[in-house]
Design a protein around this ligand. Structure first.
Ligand code: FE2
Ligand code: FE2
Length: 290
């Protein structure tokens, strides 16, 4: 078991999310907020503005012609879509490093996180879930706890893997056994420290155990199903991927059909390729069937 204060120190060592994310979340929740508010949030951050414009001009994010200002991006794509671009761009620095314990090279966690967020967005659109941007943010950050477990605690990952293999249990259960906490619990603690909304925190906390959440949550179910889709596609998983145990109940609760899953996979692959150049991601070629 790892001492609790070491986990807290690991959490404290992570860079915080840029303030633009929480300000954008507030703007979205405010019925009186408009284009000017969004422009004011991002205009003083040149890197963010540049990335948003590049993404806004990709076909996946709905571009139908050149977009050359944030004002135009909000007008043409809407506040929700620009919010997603802000979150993706802002999370890049935090999520891009390698995660040694999980055998994830530089960019692998980022690739998995973006794929999961895009798959969540597709699922939410297909089944008509409200507050899709909350699910999107949760999905993008769902494995952030791996950065602490995999890089900061000096843990023997072979012991975790052996426990999972010997006992036929999911990797996160083995994490709890060896470390005293799993990456979902640590991820939730990170997001609480970053003052992200409770719904976003819940999506991270329960992304491996949607059935254990009292009262259930469509948003948590969506993040879980999207994560399972990305693992099945081999998108940025590490040594824990083999021990992943998706819940079929979460999929049933959301009414997600096999056909919807296939459509989401195809759209997610397309979107990942749209973003590949921007974030130096490898191009996706194919996926194996679910
Ligand atoms: Fe996870
Ligand atoms: Fe994941």
């Amino acid at each position: 078991m790892i001492e609790a204060h070491k986990i807290v120190e690991g959490i404290d060592a992570l860079p915080t999310m840029p303030i633009a994310v929480s300000r954008m979340a507030q703007a979205l929740a405010d019925p009186d907020a408009g284009i000017k508010d969004v422009v004011d949030i991002v205009k003083y951050e040149p890197g963010l503005t540049g990335n948003i414009l590049k993404m806004a001009n990709s076909a996946y994010f709905g571009s139908t012609g050149p977009i050359d200002s944030i004002h135009q991006a909000v007008t043409r794509l809407g506040m929700q879509q620009v919010f997603r671009l802000v979150v993706i761009s802002s999370a890049h620095t935090t999520m891009a490093p390698s995660v040694s314990g999980y055998d994830m090279p530089s960019g692998a966690l980022w690739r998995h996180s973006v794929a999961c967020a895009l798959a969540t967005q597709c699922l939410a659109e297909q089944i008509g879930v409200g507050r899709a941007e909350t699910a999107f943010t949760s999905a993008l950050l769902h494995d952030v706890g791996k950065l602490v477990i995999g890089n900061c605690l000096g843990i023997d990952f072979a012991a975790i893997e052996k426990y999972a293999g010997d006992n036929g249990v999911p990797f996160e259960q083995a994490e709890r056994q060896i470390i005293g906490a799993d990456h979902a619990q640590i991820g939730a603690a990170i997001l609480e420290k970053w003052h992200l909304p409770q719904e976003v925190v819940a999506g991270v906390r329960w992304h491996h155990e949607p059935d254990a959440l009292e009262g259930k949550s469509p948003m948590v179910d969506l993040v879980h199903v999207a994560d399972a889709i990305c693992v099945s596609m081999g998108l940025g998983t590490g040594r824990d991927g083999l021990y992943h145990r998706p819940s079929s109940s979460a999929r049933t609760r959301c009414g997600i059909s096999k056909l919807t899953m296939e459509q989401v996979i195809s759209r997610t692959l397309g979107a990942m390729n749209e973003l590949a150049d921007l974030f130096s991601l490898p191009k996706e070629e194919a996926y194996h069937a679910l």
